[in-house]
Write a protein that binds this ligand. Structure first.
Ligand code: SAM
Length: 252
């Protein structure tokens, strides 16, 4: 959290990240925060009290509303994706609760957690890496975190397609040339090529996303048939749909 883009954003005061050690809230002289699960079974569970006291202290010390979302990192949660990133990037404060060992006493989850999120169908030893992944993704959507040279708007998932292939200098490398259209200076053709490539890639790698994109296009065509009267290729129709959606957003 303390290098590169996130460090720059922290230094500029755009984001503030506080790591809290739950052990500091243990009432045990050895700072123990775990115990055996009732009913038996393998492993240890994090106890409710240190987590609850840590939460209350974080909220009061930082002037955070008790309505702030508290996100439990858990393989049992809703699977993390860019839609969740967009949703959470609009929140003022977020609290991430990272489990360890076999997990956390259910009662404190009921008491403070508002969202349960999983990074995917695998099991980590603790929630910290998952929380760091989330913090990284969310931070980059906060205005000012990415500099003008970095942009979050054209990326994979940002508009329902995977990103098109990209190239930088030199024009020729290992006898491979940059696609000529990218050197043409014709912005319309470049945009069309990029959407075509994004469609090809998405169809091949994420057929589910591709199908959703076609459904979205059909919905838009159903809503605005007159705007699609002229015959267009699929990539041109997608560009048209994005223009229409942008106009709709501006009107709102
Ligand atoms: C070993 S796991 C506990 C798994 C738990 N016994 C279960 O089966 O649901 C320890 C901690 O790692 C974190 N964790 C593990 N896998 C995760 C995932 N896929 N996404 C988010 N957090 C995860 C959670 O915070 C969890 O409490």
């Amino acid at each position: 959290m303390n290098t590169s883009i996130l460090k720059r954003a922290s230094d500029a005061g755009i984001i503030t990240i506080n790591a809290v050690d739950i052990r500091d809230y243990s009432l045990d002289k050895h700072k123990k925060v775990d115990d055996y699960p009732y009913g038996g079974g393998a492993g240890m569970l994090m106890q409710a009290q240190p987590i609850f006291d840590a939460y209350n202290d974080v909220v009061s010390k930082n002037g955070i509303s008790k309505k702030a979302r508290v996100i439990l990192m858990t393989p049992q949660g809703r699977t993390f994706d860019q839609r969740i990133v967009e949703e959470l990037s609009k929140e003022e404060d977020l609290i991430f609760l990272c489990g360890h060992y076999e997990g956390i006493d259910e009662r404190v989850i009921e008491e403070i957690v508002t969202d349960e999120i999983s990074l995917g169908e695998f099991v980590l030893t603790g929630g910290e890496l998952a929380a760091m992944v989330m913090i990284d993704c969310i931070s980059r959507l906060i205005p000012g975190v990415l500099g003008s040279e970095e942009s979050a708007s054209d990326e994979s998932f940002s508009d329902g397609l995977l990103e098109y292939p990209q190239y930088t200098r030199p024009e020729e490398w290992q006898e491979k040339s940059v696609p000529p259209v990218l050197l043409s200076g014709n912005h319309k053709e470049i945009e069309k090529w990029r959407v075509e490539k994004a469609l090809e890639r998405t169809k091949e790698r994420r057929p589910d996303m591709y199908e959703k994109m076609l459904e979205r296009l059909n919905e838009c065509k159903g809503k605005y048939p007159r705007k699609f009267r002229k015959k267009r290729s699929l990539s041109e129709e997608i560009i048209r749909m994005r223009e229409i959606e942008n106009d709709e957003r501006k009107e709102i």
